[in-house]
Design a protein around this ligand. Structure first.
Ligand SMILES: Cc1ncc(COP(=O)(O)O)c(C=O)c1O
Length: 387
């Protein structure tokens, strides 16, 4: 395929010299599959937009109106949420939005309902702000379903926020309309704010649909703040470009207040390059990305499930599946074993919450050459452990 030059060309020899943190953490003989950072090229349209901004010396104080207009248009067109540019705030990537979201809704000691497992950024923010997690457990044996009855039981007078991520990192789920509707009904019934991180909205397999929670009805829309970004779809995490929006003006105003002076939005070059990542220019990239990732996912699904003791899930979304490893080792012990014996660096699952123990997160956004070599190494090393 012609897009192979962007998605499928990475070799170990080339990547070990990359400045990408993913390739810097371990010794050079380790294949790193831990960080959610793809081994892909940067889309030519993004490079061109960045070059143009440099040529125009767009490095002064300037307005962020143009990118906010592009963001609002994208949110209306793709996410079906009726916001204007005034309802959009630009932030330095999605990561700081996790903090702003909890700060907006919670005081120390309040409770936040959060899936278990959850993206580790959510865990870090709860510690930082001294809020208590009320874990909405996702069971891998059950296909990581979001169970409505369990959610109902978690709500109490201290619940100030339901904090979600869809598509879900690390469970790899794309929430169904029924699951989202259950969240909406419960939040509206109890008037609880919801924060939802939809950073992975483009990374969905087998034609699954991404439904934005806030698009379901005006009541849930007014309780919800939603975050999006560009780091996962385009592999440009270093641009530090994220944005949030809500139809509830008070929520956006609170975010702005908490962000004042410590959070200035993304830099001018990222902002200048943002329109091509928000309009339809790069729809070809979104399509070819999923074509490539489907190939890699299918290779991983087949080969990893053939290793006794490993259960590789049916990945619905994201490129960071969360297989289970039944070898009687804790995730951190397995991490050390795989580094030493397989020379493969995975992300220990316990980092993603108590139910992550026994799992490892694997970033599969790489070339066939690299993924096949990593799988060869895992197939050779894991049978040395008794399952
Ligand atoms: C669910 C989720 N939210 C936020 C982030 C951080 O995003 P960014 O790099 O855009 O700040 C990540 C990164 O992997 C993520 O998976």
């Amino acid at each position: 395929m012609s897009s192979d030059k962007y998605f499928n060309s990475a070799t170990i020899e080339e990547m070990v010299n990359s400045l990408n943190s993913k390739w810097q953490r371990y010794p050079k003989d380790v294949i790193p599959l831990w960080l959610a950072s793809p081994d892909f090229k940067v889309a030519p349209e993004i490079k061109e937009a960045l070059h143009k901004a440099v040529d125009a010396e767009d490095v002064f104080y300037n307005s962020d109106l143009k990118p906010r207009l592009a963001m609002a248009a994208k949110v209306r067109r793709v996410n079906k949420i009726d916001v204007s540019e005034n309802d959009v705030m630009i932030v330095q990537g999605v990561e700081p939005i996790l903090w702003l979201a909890m700060k907006q809704a919670c005081q120390p000691g309040d409770e936040v309902i959060i899936p278990n497992p959850a993206y580790n950024g959510f865990m870090a923010v709860m510690n930082n702000l001294n809020v208590k997690p009320a874990f909405w457990n996702l069971d891998y044996r059950d296909g990581y379903k979001f169970d409505e009855e369990q959610l109902k039981k978690l709500v109490n007078k201290n619940t100030k926020l339901i904090s979600l991520c869809n598509p879900h990192n690390p469970a790899g789920r794309v929430m169904t309309k029924t699951e989202l509707k259950a969240v909406a009904d419960i939040a509206v019934d109890h008037k609880i704010h919801v924060f939802i991180d939809e950073l992975w909205e483009d990374v969905r397999f087998d034609g699954r649909e991404h439904i934005s929670l806030a698009s379901l009805n005006p009541e849930i829309s007014d309780l919800t703040a939603t975050a999006w970004g560009v780091s996962k779809t385009f592999g440009v995490a270093g641009l530090y470009l994220g944005y949030l929006a809500s139809t509830n003006k008070q929520i956006v105003s609170n975010y702005r207040k908490n962000a004042a002076t410590i959070q200035r939005g993304a830099d001018t070059l990222s902002r200048a390059a943002s329109p091509v990542m928000l309009d339809t220019t790069l729809d070809w990239w979104r399509r070819d990305l999923m074509f490539h990732l489907t190939k890699i996912r299918n290779i991983c699904y087949k080969r990893m499930n053939e290793i006794p003791g490993v259960s590789f899930p049916n990945l619905e979304g994201t490129y960071v599946p969360f297989p289970r490893f039944d070898f009687g080792l804790k995730s951190e012990e397995l991490h050390q074993f795989l580094l030493k014996e397989a020379k493969v660096g995975l992300y220990p699952g316990n980092v993603f919450g108590p139910l992550g123990e026994g799992h490892m997160r694997v970033c599969i956004a790489t070339s066939e050459t690299i993924i096949n070599e990593a799988l060869n190494r895992l197939e050779k090393a894991l049978p040395k452990l008794k399952s």
